[in-house]
Design a protein around this ligand. Structure first.
Ligand code: SR1
Ligand code: MG
Length: 408
């Protein structure tokens, strides 16, 4: 079975029986393909009597969301698996465990997260997760700091950069985040009611300059091993626990790309609440929680990052230079704002949207949410190079909302 082909559920069952000490030899196994993402097959296998379960994720050699006309390298499965193992090593409670893998079949066998909910879905339902900011702040601080030049020696760092070269996935990001939204492209999709907004994105020179500078960072700043696609669909939650999955876009890039991903997805949900919570005061309360949580994500990340700087940046005497840490953190904050803005814009007019906004049934409310998300996204990009404090996030969001006639 080792030659690559997309597996059938029957083949998957055969494969997982070989994992030592997991299922008993007499177990009745049920296997369902449950993948609802853009790129891969995901199989859920369960022992029907004990309930014990496991996940098998297999990469397809093309983008499932588009079809075989968009080929993708299967090496991304190896990259995803190695990134998962690395993230699990650094944050064992925040990442599922990898049990086994087969690089030829482009598959990873890992811990099942039944009992968890996809964060995006939970946020749409109006749930809140008080522990989330602390968990994700710690995940990002540890994975980003400890894989950067601040913590690694020069040879180890370059070896890591080379094993996480991920060209096909990076090209998807370049095209879908930094290119398509700002030009006419067959990849784009949005309803005709916001054609004026799409047209404005294509003609806004000030915005284009900022996006060009952010794209340059994405292409050239190999600061750390990123998750690369850290949206709320890649995060599983319960009241007390958070697990980060799906790092198939992992590569060495600018740290703010991950931080911005988390913030942007909370703010996309904030905009989407226009269409989800009818009662005004309940909606405002949820939106305030989302804004406060976006700021708390940064605060928790910054706190943990600074702690690591004090305890771990020992290999680099220059890391203690006066002012360096402040400069580094401020630049990281600015990058996070800029990438957050780019990620909001692409989810409204680009190829791949978010259900937080896309599945709002009332077209009028959906359009209001889209316009609010675009206003916040554009303001984040345009303000990114001058931002000095996370407090400015509140001002950006409230000002953009007021300009669109939305009270927050
Ligand atoms: C063709 S893949 C589209 C998007 O799905 C992934 O989650 C990434 O965000 C990518 O940009
Ligand atoms: Mg994904």
């Amino acid at each position: 079975m080792s030659q690559y082909h997309p597996l059938t559920p029957a083949e998957v069952i055969e494969l997982v029986r070989d994992i030592p000490d997991f299922f008993s030899s007499s177990a009745e196994l049920d296997c369902q393909e449950i993948g609802d993402g853009n790129l891969n097959l995901v199989f859920h296998i369960q022992d029907t009597s004990s309930g014990k379960s496991i996940i098998v994720k297999q990469a397809l050699p093309y983008a499932k969301v588009v079809g075989e006309s968009w080929p993708l390298s299967l090496d991304r499965a190896r990259i995803e698996r190695q990134a998962l193992q690395e993230q699990h090593r650094l944050c064992p409670g925040l990442v599922p465990e990898v049990y086994d893998y087969n690089d030829e079949l482009a598959l990873t066998i890992m811990e099942d997260l039944s009992g968890y909910t996809i964060m995006r879905k939970a946020l749409i339902e109006g749930q809140r997760f008080p522990e989330f900011a602390g968990h994700i702040g710690q995940f990002m601080a540890r994975t980003l700091f400890l894989n950067s030049d601040l913590a690694l020696g020069p040879i180890e760092k370059k070896n890591k950069v080379s094993s996480f070269i991920n060209p096909d996935q990076c090209k998807i990001t370049e095209d879908l985040i930094f290119d398509d939204p700002y030009r006419l492209s067959d990849n784009n999709s949005y309803s005709p009611s916001i054609e004026d907004e799409a047209e404005a994105l294509r003609t806004d020179g000030q915005l284009h300059l900022e996006v060009a500078l952010l794209r340059e960072k994405f292409l050239t700043h190999a600061e750390s091993l990123l998750h690369g696609d850290l949206h709320t669909g890649s995060i599983f939650v319960t009241d007390k626990s958070t697990k980060v999955i799906d790092p198939e876009f992992a590569y060495y890039g600018p740290m703010g790309f991950d931080v911005g991903a988390v913030i942007s997805n909370l703010l996309l949900n904030l905009a989407g609440q226009i269409g989800w919570i009818e009662d005004t005061s309940a909606r405002l309360e949820q939106q305030r929680w989302l804004l406060d949580t976006s700021m708390a994500v940064w605060a928790q990340f910054e706190q943990e990052f600074r702690k690591l700087w004090s305890s771990e940046a020992l290999k680099d005497p220059l890391a203690a230079s006066p002012g360096y840490q402040e400069f580094y953190i401020t630049r990281l904050l600015q990058d996070s704002f800029g990438f957050a803005g780019c990620k909001m814009i692409r989810r409204i007019v680009g190829l791949s949207h978010v259900v937080d906004i896309d599945t709002i049934a009332d077209p009028v409310l959906k359009e209001r949410a889209e316009r609010l998300a675009l206003a916040i996204g554009k303001a984040l990009v345009k303000r990114s190079r001058s931002v000095q404090s996370i407090e400015e996030l509140k001002d950006i969001v409230l000002t953009a909302a007021a300009a669109k006639g939305e009270s927050l």
